[in-house]
Design a protein around this ligand. Sequence first.
Ligand SMILES: *Cc1c(COP(=O)(O)O)cnc(C)c1O
Length: 408
Amino acid sequence: MSSTFFRQIDPPQRMLMGPGPINAHPRVLRAMSADMLGQFDPEMTEYMNETMALYRQIFMTRNQWTFLVDGTARAGIEAALVSLVEPGDKILLVRAGRFGLLLSEIAERIGAEICALDLPWGQVATLEQIEDALKTHKPEVFACIHGDTSTTMAQPLEGVGELCRKYNVLSYTDVTATLGGMAINTDVWGIDVVSGGLQKCMGGPPGSAPITVSDRAAEHIMARRHVEAGIRAEGTANGNRARILSNYFDLAMVMDYWSEKRLNHHTEATTMLYGAREAARIVLEEGLDARFARHAQASACLIAGLRAMNLRIFGDDAHRMTNVTGVWIPDGVDGEAIRTRMRDDFGIEIGTAFGPLAGRIWRIGTMGYNAVKHKVLLTLGALEACLAAQGHTLPRGAAVDAALAEWP
Ligand SMILES: *Cc1c(COP(=O)(O)O)cnc(C)c1O
């Protein structure tokens, strides 16, 4: 029998200007090609400790428990929820986009009672709405998304942690789309558990979920610890607290692994740790404020160019994320045909949309390694050419000129 071994992996060069994944920084990819270490090698455990210290800075927190969940961003979300929420608990969720619905779906599987603050896609919750819902539902846990790429809106979080503490509620936020691109003020916000991913503004590949856990949330999670036969002698579940429903996503066990005890759980994904560590080093080398400003500049430049093409931007300016922009597909234009042409003729990927916005908006990312002037200009020029080629009338040359005026 002849063997089948397919082609060597040699992907075409693409500029990924969608809502993620984006092109990883080459330094991250180089770090990921380094050799393996044993998981208890002092060099490896030192890298783990350094990664914790790096992500404390990225999450702007003093939380001791700041580490990586191995898996994509969704693994961080699931680990947070399954470790915080017990079956039968009430969880209050903001559902204003695809990822709010994901929180709901995960919480449902855990057997939580869902109390939702449902908003039309593109809106954010006010502090008053959140407080009213906390008072009405008296949940154990509150969860929301910071930047929901499905709507391109950023939920304001100032005061949310404080409110949750006032009502004795644990809080969780998914910052996958904004980590490394917008300020994640974990300690100022007072959110208990915050998790992200690498493939958006962190400039890495998907596959690792940085997470940070406050002391009070860690205490809650550790109280749900249990004995794993043959491995753990200590950590009997504390009285009436339910055992965490997942083994892989049991943050009590994962924290024991990241602690000085190094109690084995899974094997830390060595290559992903190298990548996450290098991505964080690059972010901090640039400086958080400079990086946030670069993202804001790139999206302002993109928006100026899109408006000069007479395209309408989705959502209100006040709550827009500064790293992904929704743009209405003009009447009579086949959005998918434009995306295909962008990819085939220019090697540029822009994003489609989900749910009520499917087929109605494109989503264009200016994230991490791609939030740079020349990539924004190239994307605008290509989009203009593709729209014109499809017979759509628009002012030629105006987009790039307007973008250049915005980012001289
Ligand atoms: C992109 C994104 C994710 C992605 O999760 P993966 O598991 O890495 O695909 C999660 N949450 C938000 C808000 C996102 O924008």
